[in-house]
Design a protein. Structure first.
Length: 182
């Protein structure tokens, strides 16, 4: 059996650092959404599942969840630049809903910029974004998430929902993958 930990060059965010980061994000979101109703956390599958689960448990406000699945990477380590919606949300009350897109990492910014525009055009009352990790030096479009857990340098990271070829998602921390495993 393979030990995925042996594929990690170094840990960027430990389990305890992730927990503190998620708690801090939840407090900021609660403050901003305190007066709003019909809050929907929209997880971007598959990478955001772990982050979304922890974030919704930390939030002390009523919120629903939904999911979208988009593709811009495939099995590559860089975005193709094309955003394909594989699974869309289908909400009956979208014009009354405040959507908060939950993403694991923002790289080029193309996917989230596209989704914000797409969901607003679809009729959402409001759309904001939260990401656990942000790589601003990789940005290819003018986009800044409203809520950022940690800004990181341009490393290919795995763990805590982040994958490479559908592997490593179950690591309880975020780490840099050794180059020989890419």
């Amino acid at each position: 059996m393979t030990d995925w930990n042996e594929h990690v060059e170094r840990v960027l965010l430990s389990e305890s650092e992730i927990k503190k980061t998620v708690q801090a994000l939840a407090r900021r979101i609660e403050e901003d959404y305190r007066e709003k109703e019909n809050i929907v956390l929209v997880g971007i599958l598959k990478g955001s599942v772990t982050f979304l689960s922890d974030l919704m448990r930390e939030l002390k406000l009523p919120a629903q969840i939904d999911f979208m699945r988009v593709s811009s990477y495939g099995d590559a380590t860089t975005s193709s630049g094309n955003v394909n919606i594989i699974l869309d949300i289908n909400r009956k009350n979208l014009p009354a809903e405040n959507l908060l897109i939950v993403e694991d990492i923002v790289d080029s910014g193309r996917t989230l910029k596209y989704l914000v525009t797409y969901l607003l055009n679809k009729g959402a009352k409001s759309v904001k974004t939260v990401t656990l990790l942000d790589k601003p030096e990789r940005r290819e479009v003018n986009f800044t998430p409203e809520y950022v857990g940690k800004r990181i340098e341009n490393h290919f990271v795995i763990g805590y929902g982040l994958d490479y070829g559908e592997k490593y998602r179950n690591l309880p921390y975020v780490g840099v993958i050794k180059p020989e495993f890419i």
